[in-house]
Design a protein around this ligand. Structure first.
Ligand code: GLC
Length: 563
């Protein structure tokens, strides 16, 4: 339940804060000029941005919450009407695909005991095998949820958050092994019994998934979505319930526990996220590290500073500080950094080592020397001992921009790279999930001869329309909406005509994916979210976090330890 006193206290505290920083004010200027929109609208929404973490004391009364008192989005409070708010608000003719997409998205809604609880992964009547595409996937629901929130329909999102939270409390076993309490499902399915007229739930925590990998990303997406819901509706009561607070803490316990780690990054098995098959993304994949960073920041904004909450807040701050430093220093690659690695010495011992992970320059793949532009950079796929995966992954880089894991300079450089390498990364269908593809012997070894992940297909260099919404959000955040417009136009030329495929194949993304589902829900929702964000960039606040100076955690060990 909401503690009335607490809320009132926060509101007062919030009101004495300045509306926005100078840097932000410059941003609105730039953004409003670029978007050619009246400034007033953007300004009102941007003032809802997070309170600065640096002003917060974990031990004091202040809490790093969003400005809940003024968070209602323009569409909030609407019932599930058929006309999307975005259509009604427009004075110009919307693209015909928008209406089609809304119809398709609504058809994908899954009900549990009469309540909408999520959207099915794909409704492809033509496909012979259903596999698990008839389920509600946590990660797939995120763009659907964003579309509903932006359209003022938060109920389905709230129901989804509560249903998945309930599933988290199930006992999870694979053979004789019990999974961690905080693990969130990859997907769930509602079984309707027409005779008994009952609905039952079935969840998959990785035990049924191909390869039996637990979805590390699900918990992170759940936290990110809870913040988006809170930010969009202003309904602070959901995140504040003891159940949600516990859910957050359980997820965090899984990834903040101490072990043998020497890095602040999170060690993972292959295929534990959107790329859910063996693709050489084990170790410290960028997708998970970026989502981890973002989820930590979102959790920090939502945890109540009670005894348990405070302890987690401290652990989060400590980890954010270390994780941010590690990622920005060691995962970052641009022309200069590549040149440095190329000239690295190896076998350096002790803390004076420059080549900290002992990367052998001969292991740098040939393609990167041509691919790396003079202007631009990105977070590489993975960094572990003597092993750097130089591949470019779209999701991790976009999330790095949105969570401000990337510094403002790095964010600009990522966008520069996308522009400079447009043909390779966008081609004719946005956006390549990874670049480049693994081929020949390397494909053999890394994917284990996976016939679904052949070169330039599926996760191995395929193009995924769902990624358009993350690209659009990153473009808006970096003040480059024209890049998003170009990408959306490309999607509009084919997506609907091709029946909203899951992915495209080929170097340029010209072919509908070999085994791609049609009417893939997140391709549909991703398009809608992109359109709505471009129309009204204030929606960006739901998925974006401003740069923060994270407070230095107290040093616990004696200084002599490192001396
Ligand atoms: C595939 C994708 C995965 C997605 C699922 C449902 O397994 O690799 O990311 O969640 O399909 O669409």
């Amino acid at each position: 339940m909401v503690d009335g006193m607490d809320v009132a206290h926060e509101m007062v505290l919030w009101k004495v804060e300045p509306q926005c920083s100078i840097a932000e004010a410059d941003d609105f200027e730039r953004l409003s000029r670029l978007l050619d929109r009246p400034r007033v609208k953007i300004e009102r929404k941007l003032s809802f941005d997070e309170r600065s973490l640096s002003e917060l004391s974990v031990t004091g009364n202040l809490r790093p919450v969003d400005s809940y008192d003024s968070m209602c989005s323009p569409g909030a409070g609407r019932s599930a009407l058929d006309t999307p708010v975005s259509l009604a608000r427009n004075s110009f003719e919307p693209h015909p695909m928008v209406g089609e997409a809304w119809d398709a998205l609504r058809r994908s809604i899954v009900f549990f005991r009469g309540q909408p609880v999520g959207t099915i992964a794909a409704i492809d009547h033509a496909s012979e095998e259903v596999l698990n595409y008839d389920q509600v996937f946590v990660r797939d629901f995120v763009p659907s949820a964003m579309a509903f929130l932006m359209n003022g329909e938060p109920d389905i999102v709230k129901n989804f958050l509560l249903k998945t939270l309930h599933l988290q409390s199930w006992e999870k076993r694979i053979d004789r092994f019990k999974l961690g309490e905080g693990v969130m499902p990859a997907s769930f399915k509602v079984n309707h019994d027409p005779v008994r007229k009952t609905d039952t739930l079935m969840a998959d925590f990785g035990e049924s998934a191909i390869g039996r990998v637990a979805p590390v990303d699900s918990g992170f997406w759940w936290i990110i979505l809870l913040r988006a819901y809170t930010k969009s509706t202003g309904d602070l009561s959901l995140a504040e319930t003891p159940e949600c607070q516990k859910g957050i803490r359980l997820i965090l316990s899984l990834c903040l526990s101490e072990g043998f780690d020497t890095f602040p990054t999170l060690l993972c098995a292959d295929g534990c996220s959107m790329i859910d098959r063996r693709m050489g993304v084990y170790g410290y994949p960028i997708e998970i590290q970026a989502l981890f960073f973002m989820a930590l920041r979102c959790a920090l904004a939502m945890l109540k500073p009670d005894v348990e909450g405070k302890e987690f807040m401290e652990r989060i701050l400590t980890r954010l500080n270390a994780l941010g430093y590690h990622m920005r220093s060691y995962f970052w690659l641009d022309f200069q950094q590549l040149n440095d690695i190329y000239r690295y010495k190896t076998e350096e011992y002790s803390h004076t080592a420059v080549n900290k992970f002992n990367v052998i320059p001969d292991s740098i793949p040939d393609w990167i020397f041509d691919f790396m532009p003079s202007r631009g950079g990105y977070f590489v796929g993975n960094v572990s001992p003597a092993k750097m995966d130089f591949r470019w992954f779209a999701l991790g880089n976009c999330i790095a921009i949105l969570s401000s894991l990337a510094t403002p300079e790095q964010s600009v450089a990522i966008m520069d790279l996308i522009e400079e390498r447009w043909e390779e990364l966008v081609g004719i269908m946005p956006l390549k999930i990874s670049y480049p593809a693994l081929e020949g012997h390397e494909w053999n070894i890394v994917t284990g001869c996976d016939p679904k992940n052949t070169r330039w297909s599926y996760h191995n260099g395929g193009s995924w329309p769902v990624l358009l919404w993350l690209l659009t959000a990153a473009c808006i955040k970096t003040g480059r909406p024209q890049i998003a417009r170009r990408a959306i136009e490309l999607a509009e030329s084919r997506l609907w005509k091709d029946g909203w495929p899951e992915y495209y194949d080929g170097k340029l993304g010209r072919y509908i994916g070999k085994q791609a589902r049609k009417f893939q829900t997140w391709s549909i929702a991703g398009y809608l979210v992109s359109k709505m964000m471009l129309e009204d960039p204030s929606h960006l606040g739901m998925i974006s976090l401003e740069e923060e100076k994270v407070k230095k955690p107290p040093i616990r060990r004696s200084a002599s330890w490192t001396a």
